[in-house]
Design a protein around this ligand. Structure first.
Ligand SMILES: [Zn+2]
Length: 145
């Protein structure tokens, strides 16, 4: 029987493909696995089969669990029922300011903290409705004190 007040969160679970399975398997064990070229060392996210720069086959590699806010927005009206509003979503440059960009929710931080170039720590949280984990960004405020 369908409960109209409780959304079916199983509809929002990722379906891993050959290319994305390393990302989801890494998230489950607390690693941010991003495709990287073994020849020219360029990161690539979302993953592709071959490097955009030299066409070498890409391999998933654990990326640093830190980064910088590239851009962010506060979601006041969510299109998915996974998180209570408002919440902040950011494009995070992983590892360094020109690193691969990964979209993630900003948690345990005030929306005003998620400014461009703010340093973040990358952690993992459960995705509601299933058994996947997703990367999230926590703004590093240690420089402010
Ligand atoms: Zn390459």
């Amino acid at each position: 029987m369908t409960n109209l007040t409780e959304p079916d969160l199983t509809a929002y679970q990722p379906r891993a493909s050959v290319l994305t399975a390393p990302f989801w398997e890494g998230a489950a064990r607390g690693e941010l696995m991003i495709a990287r070229c073994p020849a020219c060392r360029q990161w690539q996210h979302p993953p592709l089969e071959k490097c955009r720069h030299c066409a070498t086959e890409l391999v998933a590699e654990a990326a640093p669990l830190e980064g910088y806010i590239y851009s962010s927005t506060v979601m006041h009206h969510s299109s998915v029922p996974l998180y209570p509003t408002p919440y902040t979503v950011a494009v995070v440059a992983v590892g360094q300011p020109d690193g691969p960009r990964v979209v993630m929710r900003v948690v345990d931080s005030a929306p005003d903290d998620a400014w461009p170039d703010a340093k973040v720590r990358i952690e993992f949280r459960d995705l509601p409705g299933g058994d996947h984990r997703v990367p999230v960004a926590v703004v590093d405020n240690t420089r402010r004190s």
